[in-house]
Write a new protein. Structure first.
Lengths: 451, 457
């Protein structure tokens, strides 16, 4: 005889509507069943941290998540590039390497059995693998967190995903529809409040990271030209690609080194005015008025840090007029800097309003919930019902029940987690296991043989 | 002031076809000055402005310094075509003693190394170019580079290798292909003058370097005679190398006295400057796909190009408005010159047809010439291209769509209404986005979120 894996209330089900729930459980605070999601991270680039935020957000929503750590494979790619063979042979090997990585994703799918494979832009899942997943009825989604006008290769793979989420609206959504991508949705960027949050900085950190005006980001041509007008200020520039700018050199921090995400939160916290100028490769139009809103906008707001941000066409539907200080031109930027440096109370009020908006509507948790609900709406019968979870043996002694509760807490699982999810979480752990953890894995194997 | 080097180690025609790239580099990169920012295709190529973006009078703008490395035999031509460019002769071709090759090149390469170029545009897919690339920091090289001894092709070069497996769809002229390596290519209309008749008669190029794509004497003579009649019997000038003098004799044997007695023989008798002088002012130049053809286009001389066998006008047709090309269209074209033709070069037949010769003489009949496309050159945002005047080109719709995809990749078009994702898969391969770019760090500035701080796993 077995019982649900609810170590706190063994006789009660936490499931709102058990008939709709594949394994008899649901994500807390959601009508969405508890899902198993495999997040395929890219090997490199700006979409990588966003993928990690998605992992955290999905876990926060109560889903069982595994990340496919594609960056771990980058070393092999680097080794290929050091072979000193012909360019033809190298390109053949690169393609073969990508086949192997895609096969690794498929193997992970086979073992983990996800309800959804969520890929971030540049994720190494080739079209043969996507075809295989479609054949096996495993839902796939791509969150293409890129500018489709720059990363034009989306055309080559979009039709292979079941769901294609993008950060721009027209004409991209129309173009996706024209090429047969039925299930595309607009899913703007967001913040992760557990990470992008207000910090109490030490005086040393405040001095180190603080400034009247700060910018964190790469030295795109429009930023280089724009910031030449700010050199009279207490102005710190953080980030890479700022070399060759004599006027800005004394403002560039840490020799133009890449800034860690942890340090970025400190910088945002420490700066009176955070500049947020969307990047452009054009230097004549400093404020480009593009459409999508960058992650920095949401991150700064989530922290409660004040920002001056350039206007974007999709901004109005994300923030109210009094939640962001927006500039349309360089004159507007310089005037706003002078104004807001002189009015700290206005800065604080506006930052607080932006923070409230992000916490209410623009977290990665919101985005993941929207994505999952979209998939559920578009894919009747998704997620497919799973075999009933075997649960734990009944009548466990009270002390073991307490130990299990502590273990679930440590694993970040809810008290009513399915046995299979607990086993999955344990298998993800590296290093030596405790006797209790080992006995759970042992029980899983024992059941495979005898139950 | 930025300093750039272009390495063009191929032949006469390739050197002239490097023009848009070189002019673009000479024109400068805008107010940002030099450096590696904004380099390369795929990253919103912005047409260069007519005036310097800084608003500073041209005389006061410090324009980039451009150097050009070519085979030593072409150095004089390079100086002629590209005044204002510093030309470096490299012993790349020819049967000169190896000791001379070594000594000359050691000196030339020392000179190049000392220049400390900001950017090196290495244009040819050859071992010679890869070897020379090792002289420069890999991050500074575009096109074909060497990274710790590993030859690498930039993404743009890789893309070309993909579409040349479907040459009928070749979407970009070689001039524009190389120019797209520049951060800010000049407008196509600024490359060559509009070709106009100059009143100095007909020029005839006897043959190209690859014989199968040249017309044999009887066919060339028939074409010349038709054009001669159509233009009212102007003076004729023959061009070619010394090795082609016997060919001239054979052509003359097929011509009537009205032509054979009214010509200038410059075959094997011109240096580069003489050749250019003789081309200037011609009414038209009859030629297969040759270096002389590209030089004529450079000078604004109207070309009538005979394209057959391995020659494909969408790749190497004369650049700029005002030219005509007669393109053979058998299903096997364009073929590989190095492979024997199993059908006896039947694509030649189109150039012997009565309909074609009537067309050339200015008296087109009711029927279009069979097995051939008649095309006139034109310009669009990508560069030089061709309008079909007669003939059926079933490849055209897909080629046009692929060109639009390339235009989108270059940031020239928005790409709306492109729905053929098979073509997108021809252009883009998974390694393009799943792996860090072959351009290395140069790719990063174009990732909108590349400046997202790294977060540890």
């Amino acid at each position: 005889m077995t019982q649900p894996f609810d170590v706190s209330q063994p006789s009660a089900s936490a499931v709102p509507s058990a008939s709709a729930v594949p394994d008899g459980s649901a994500a807390p605070g959601s009508i969405m069943p508890r899902l198993r999601v495999l997040v395929v991270l890219p090997m490199y680039g700006g979409s990588l941290p966003i993928g990690r935020y998605c992992v955290d957000a999905l876990r926060d929503l109560g889903h069982v998540v595994e990340a496919f750590e594609a960056p771990s494979f980058l070393g092999a790619f680097t080794a290929l590039k050091d072979l000193k063979v012909t360019a033809d042979r190298l390109e053949f090997l690169e393609n073969s390497f990508l086949q192997v990585v895609s096969q690794a994703v498929l193997a992970k799918v086979e073992t983990f059995g996800p309800d959804l494979v969520l890929c971030l832009a540049q994720a190494p899942l080739n079209h043969q693998a996507l075809k295989r997943l479609r054949r096996d009825n495993v839902a796939t989604a791509m969150w293409f967190v890129e500018d489709h006008k720059v990363f034009t290769y989306w055309r080559a793979f979009a039709p292979f995903y079941d769901v294609f989420a993008v950060i721009q609206r027209a004409p991209l959504l129309d173009e996706l529809a024209a090429m047969g991508v039925r299930d595309a949705l607009y899913l703007p960027m967001a913040a992760l409040p557990s990470f992008h949050k207000a910090l109490e900085l030490s005086p040393v950190d405040q001095r180190r990271y603080g400034a009247d005006v700060a910018f964190l980001g790469a030295g795109y041509p429009n930023r280089r030209v724009a910031f030449r007008q700010l050199v009279h200020l207490d102005f710190k520039i953080w980030g890479t690609e700022w070399d060759g700018e004599p006027l800005l050199a004394r403002h560039v921090q840490q020799g133009g080194a890449r800034v860690s995400a942890e340090d970025s939160v400190k910088i945002y916290n420490a700066s009176r005015i955070n500049l947020n100028l969307h990047s452009s490769i054009q230097s004549r139009t400093l404020v480009t008025g593009g459409d999508f809103v960058n992650p920095r906008t949401f991150e700064l707001a989530s922290i409660g840090a004040f920002q001056l941000v350039d206007r974007r066409s999709l901004m109005d539907e994300l923030f109210a007029e009094d939640e962001l200080a927006i500039f349309d031109s360089m004159d507007g930027l310089t005037a706003a800097i002078a104004h807001y440096l002189a009015h700290p109370e206005e800065r604080q009020a506006m930052a607080a309003r932006a923070q409230a908006r992000v916490l209410a509507e623009h977290t990665y948790q919101h985005r993941m919930r929207t994505l999952l609900e979209f998939i559920a709406q578009r894919r009747p019968g998704w997620p497919a019902p799973r075999a009933a979870d075997a649960g734990l043996p009944a009548d466990l002694p009270e002390d073991m029940r307490r130990d299990l509760a502590a273990l679930l807490d440590r694993l970040g699982l809810p008290a009513d987690a399915a046995f299979a999810d607990v086993v999955t979480a344990l298998r993800q752990h590296s290093g030596q296991l405790t006797p209790l953890e080992t006995s759970l894995l042992f029980l899983d194997e024992w059941r495979r043989q005898y139950a | 002031m930025a300093k750039h080097l272009v390495i063009q180690l191929a032949r006469f025609g390739d050197l002239v076809q490097t023009k848009r790239l070189i002019l673009s580099l000479l024109n400068g990169e805008g107010a940002d000055g030099g450096g590696t920012h904004g380099a390369g295709p795929g990253h919103a190529v912005v047409p260069a402005p007519e005036v310097h973006p800084s608003g500073v009078p041209p005389s006061e703008v410090h324009l980039p310094e451009v150097h050009l490395a070519v085979d030593a035999s072409l150095a004089e031509l390079a100086r002629l075509v590209y005044p204002g460019v510093t030309v470096h002769g490299v012993r790349a071709h020819g049967g000169i003693p190896q000791a001379d090759v070594l000594a000359h090149n050691a000196h030339a390469f020392a000179t190049l190394a000392a220049e400390r170029f900001d950017t090196v545009y290495n244009l040819n897919n050859s071992g010679l170019n890869m070897a020379l690339a090792a002289l420069f920091p890999p991050d500074a090289v575009r096109g074909y580079r060497s990274l710790n001894g590993q030859p690498l092709r930039d993404r743009w070069m890789r893309m070309a290798f993909r579409w040349v497996t479907h040459r009928r769809l070749s979407p970009v002229n070689l001039v524009d292909f190389w120019a797209a390596l520049a951060p800010r290519p000049i407008a196509p209309a600024r490359v060559n003058p509009i070709a106009l008749r100059g009143g100095r008669g007909i020029g005839v190029v006897l043959a190209g370097r690859m014989s199968r794509r040249s017309l044999p004497p009887d066919a060339l003579a028939a074409c010349l005679r038709a054009v001669f009649e159509g233009l009212g019997g102007p003076r004729v000038t023959f061009f070619g190398t010394r090795a082609e003098r016997p060919l001239l004799r054979k052509v003359l044997d097929h011509l009537p006295a009205s032509v054979a007695g009214n010509y200038d023989d410059l075959v094997g008798r011109t240096g580069w400057a003489d050749l250019a002088d003789a081309l200037v002012g011609l009414d038209t130049l009859l030629t297969p796909d040759t270096g002389t053809m590209h030089l004529a286009a450079h000078l604004g001389v109207p070309v009538q190009g005979f394209f057959l066998s391995s020659a494909w006008c969408h790749e190497t047709g004369p650049y700029g408005p005002g030219h005509r090309v007669w393109q053979a269209t058998l299903d096997c074209l364009p073929c590989l010159e190095v492979r024997p033709c199993p059908i006896g070069v039947q694509c030649l037949d189109a150039f012997r047809s009565r309909e074609f010769l009537s067309f050339l003489s200015g008296r087109p009949g009711d029927r279009n010439p069979p097995g051939m496309l008649g095309m006139v050159s034109t310009l669009d945002d990508v560069g030089s291209t061709w309008l079909t005047v007669f003939g059926d080109d079933p490849s055209a719709p897909r080629r046009v769509e692929l060109r639009a995809l390339v235009g989108e990749y270059l940031g020239l078009f928005t790409g709306e209404e492109l729905a053929d994702h098979d073509l997108a898969r021809l252009l883009y391969h998974e390694a393009d986005w799943m792996l860090p770019g072959p351009e290395g760090a140069a790719f990063a500035p174009f990732d909108p979120f590349a400046d997202e701080p790294l977060r540890s796993a």
